[in-house]
Design a protein around this ligand. Structure first.
Ligand SMILES: [Zn+2]
Length: 294
């Protein structure tokens, strides 16, 4: 029986303002942590400096505060944690679970290998080329069926063979999201991950890395996504409107409704959240993603 104290987290990337889609992930992870007397951490996932929008990390933190979403401990920034990703990568290399890859996006696209790596460099890089990225060799994992019980989406079972060898370090030298997130969650002692269902596809890769690095796996709860009327996920890419602190009470009420929770009275954000924590029931969160007006 796992008796580790609950540690949850919210991990936005600083590529723009918070929008309703990110608010539901923040509210869900916060309420789930606090209703379990847990710790709630915030980690800024700024692995990709060229895509980082200047001032966005601070804007996100001010918005969270304005919504009464106060985090525990110091905010962590992935840009300051490269040494951890590097030592994890060295460990995987040492156990023979990685290989260098020289394929460009163009190379992969030309063989229809963008979604599933065709294995081109698995047994060595073609002579005239240089291995610039590093991939995880999925077939080397001890796990065949990747299983987990998602606290919202139910039992999951993914065949290892359905996953292509994925990137751990990109050709530009930056660490890939899959490696960083697994290393960070383990390093911060995260026990419960509540995040958007768009990351369901990533979880099998995270479970493989956790096993390969001997890290243990947290519990997962993938919450439904909010779509705009065009059926696009609300995100910075689809120009979702930023949430405004002045509108926090209404937005919090909407977020809780979206998450299938009981209504809370309009009040100060902190008071609304405290009521939401008392009433929080993860089993009421609907599985399906759906449209939300913003
Ligand atoms: Zn390759």
């Amino acid at each position: 029986m796992d008796v580790r104290p609950y540690i949850g987290r919210f991990a936005p990337s600083p590529s723009g303002h918070l929008h309703f889609g990110s608010l539901i992930a923040a509210v869900a992870s916060y309420c789930d942590a606090k209703s379990n007397q847990g710790t709630w951490l915030v980690r800024i996932e700024n692995l990709d400096p060229p895509r980082e929008v200047k001032g966005s990390a601070d804007d996100i933190l001010r918005t969270l505060e304005g919504f009464g979403l106060f985090w525990d401990n110091a905010v962590q920034y992935q840009s300051q944690r490269h040494h951890l990703y590097d030592s994890a990568l060295q460990k995987l290399k040492a156990s023979g679970m990685t290989f260098g890859c020289a394929c460009s996006r163009k190379d992969l696209a030309s063989v229809g290998g963008l979604d599933f790596y065709p294995g081109t460099c698995r047994n060595g890089i073609p002579h005239e080329k240089e291995g610039k990225s590093v991939r995880f060799q999925v077939s080397k994992s001890n796990i065949e069926n990747i299983k987990w019980n998602d606290l919202v989406q139910g039992n999951q079972n993914v065949l290892k063979s359905s996953l292509g060898d994925f990137i751990l370090r990109r050709s530009d030298g930056y660490y890939a999201y899959h490696l960083a997130v697994v290393v960070d969650d383990a390093d911060q002692g995260v026990t419960n991950i509540v995040r958007g269902a768009d990351l369901m596809d990533s979880s099998p890769r995270h479970l493989l890395l956790q096993e390969a690095l001997n890290l243990g796996s947290p519990l997962y709860a993938h919450i439904p996504l909010a779509y705009n009327i065009m059926k696009d996920k609300l995100s910075k890419l689809t120009n979702a409107s930023p949430i405004q602190i002045e509108d926090a009470p209404n937005q919090i009420q909407d977020a809780l409704k979206f998450l299938g929770q009981l209504d809370v009275e309009i009040d100060l954000p902190e008071k609304m959240l405290s009521q939401a924590i008392d009433q929080w029931d993860v089993s009421k969160i609907p599985k399906s993603s759906r449209t939300h007006w913003t």
